[in-house]
Design a protein around this ligand. Structure first.
Ligand code: DGL
Length: 268
């Protein structure tokens, strides 16, 4: 049994979808979540820069919080840095790409699948590699969706404008007749209704949050690293490199009541 907390990070709020799934599945685990809102968004940044940020946050979680595991709850950071983090960190590191792909290939019926994500994620080829490795027989179509994240950050998840943008960006996936679409960006689950309307009812939308939480549980149990919750339930600690009050109010709306305090974090 390992009482140390689990570390998790994202460029901002999107990773809270993964935090929610983790808290629900593993309520006894302590969690430290870093939202790098001071440097958000990661999606349009060069991958080298996102990699540098990811190493910096990982070092902070290890040195500052002595975490037993790190979850990269951001598709762009997973695409840019996961392999390097796994090689260098002294604790297990889990990304969101592989768990999402697992859900995707198991849900498809016609073998035509789609992935949408930020420009950085789709341009990195990480999903293309992961799908080919998991199930080479499926036909994959990918689309970058610049603008989606900004709509979510403004709390605008089903306006006419986001609908028009979704129709334009998702048209190639519609034409490819995908029957399953992976929301390969942690913000996109908040747009599920708009994306579902545009793609049609018969298209199944999957995201990586639940599957990532299952993967964490598997690993904790397999390595006897779970925390015992006999004395108290898990603590949840949140840090943001941007405006902590904004993080607290929007984050609480997105995650729920567990997010009641946010500490400021600064980078050198
Ligand atoms: N969290 C990022 C992702 O999952 C989206 C937001 C950003 O661009 O920073 O790709």
């Amino acid at each position: 049994m390992d009482p140390r907390p689990i570390g998790m990070f994202d460029s901002g709020f999107g990773g809270l979808t993964v935090a929610r799934a983790l808290i629900d599945l593993l309520p006894d685990e302590d969690l430290v979540y870093v939202g790098d809102t001071g440097r958000y968004p990661y999606g349009p940044r060069p991958l080298d820069e996102v990699r540098r940020f990811s190493h910096e946050i990982t070092a902070h979680l290890l040195a500052g919080h002595d975490v037993k595991m790190i979850i990269v709850a951001c598709n762009t950071a997973s695409a840019a840095a996961l392999e390097e983090l796994q090689e260098r960190a002294p604790v297990p590191v889990i990304g969101v790409i592989e768990p999402g792909v697992r859900s995707l290939v198991s849900a498809t019926r016609n073998g035509n699948v789609g992935v949408i994500g930020t420009v950085g994620t789709i341009g990195s080829g990480a999903y293309q590699h992961a799908v080919a490795a998991a199930e080479p027989s499926v036909q994959l179509s990918c689309a970058a969706c610049p603008g989606f994240v900004e709509f979510v950050e403004r709390g605008e998840t089903d306006s006419d404008q986001v609908h028009v943008l979704a129709e334009r960006l998702l048209a190639p996936l519609h034409d490819a007749e995908v029957d399953t679409l992976l929301l390969g960006c942690t913000h996109y689950p908040f747009l599920a209704r708009t994306i579902g309307d545009v793609m049609g009812r018969e298209v199944v939308l999957v995201d990586s949050a639940d599957e990532t939480a299952f993967r964490v549980r598997e690993l904790l149990e397999g390595q006897l690293m779970a925390r015992r919750g006999d004395e108290r339930p898990g603590h949840h600690h949140f840090e943001s490199s941007g405006d902590v009050e904004v993080f607290r109010s929007l984050g609480r709306r997105l995650l729920g009541p567990e997010l009641d305090r946010v500490e400021a974090i600064t980078w050198d």
